[in-house]
Design a protein around this ligand. Structure first.
Ligand code: ADP
Ligand code: ZN
Length: 222
């Protein structure tokens, strides 16, 4: 099962992928996480990536493709994967098409107010990248990761200056992929405006039904 997760920054893709990776038993590949790992190394390339990300820009397609190519050949990808954050441009979509056959594209949607709220409240584990939210999906202990005890922090690109740029870049470069995958017959919409804590089981149920071919669409998850 090779799944792509599409959707605006802050829509919740990463959080949903975190849940679905366990249920579907396929790895969650977040390009944002892969890039943040590279940035942490402090290499020349890492510093360049960090600069681009902190501004809310896009890392060049060529570099991104190398990152993806190296990741999807690993053993854990044998039965498929969830790709979260790739492709983000039409060119990346064309290139990906040459590498894999996509099973489905899930396009996550939420209202604008929900998206802004999710972005501004997001906190992430420094060590294992697990995503939490200051009010919606709180960690059990303040500022500590439930999974690994790591410290939680707000990403530099979740600060208001970068958020606007990311939303603009999304509209210009990534949103056109929705039409592209609709035309290919691969796209299904997933509308979620509620916090993950309230809809988790329902979401798992509906998405599984769809993936098992029992339904052709996924009705709003509320
Ligand atoms: P979000 O989905 O919340 O915007 P991510 O963690 O997926 O956050 O990505 C963070 C940043 O990483 C992006 O703003 C961008 O700078 C970079 N990035 C991630 N994926 C890609 C990609 N496919 N192409 C170019 N840049 C990317
Ligand atoms: Zn952690």
């Amino acid at each position: 099962m090779k799944l792509l997760f599409l959707g605006s920054p802050g829509v919740g893709k990463g959080t949903y992928a975190q849940v679905l990776t366990d249920v579907l038993e396929i790895p969650h590949i977040s390009t944002g996480d892969l890039l943040r790992e590279e940035a942490k190394t402090g290499s020349e390339l890492g510093n360049e990536i960090k600069r681009i990300m902190d501004e809310g820009g896009l890392v060049p397609d060529e570099k991104m493709l190398k990152v993806i190519e190296a990741r999807i050949v690993k053993d854990d990808c044998e039965n498929g994967f969830i790709l979260d954050g790739f492709p983000r441009t039409s060119n990346q979509a064309v290139q990906l098409n040459e590498l894999i056959e996509i099973s489905h594209v899930l396009n996550f949607k939420a209202n604008d107010e929900v998206i802004i709220e999710r972005l501004s409240g997001r906190i992430v584990c420094k060590k294992c990248s697990t995503i939490f939210h200051k009010t919606g999906n709180k960690p059990k202990r303040e500022n500590q990761c439930d999974k690994c005890d790591g410290d939680l922090y707000q990403r530099d690109d979740d600060k208001p200056e970068a958020v606007q740029k990311r939303l603009d870049v999304y509209r210009e470069k990534t949103a056109p992929l929705i039409d592209h995958y609709t035309n290919e017959g691969l796209l299904v919409e997933v509308v979620i405006n509620k916090p993950i804590t309230e809809i988790k089981e329902q979401m798992i149920g509906k998405i599984k039904e769809f993936l098992e071919g029992k339904t052709e669409t996924i009705e709003e998850i509320k």
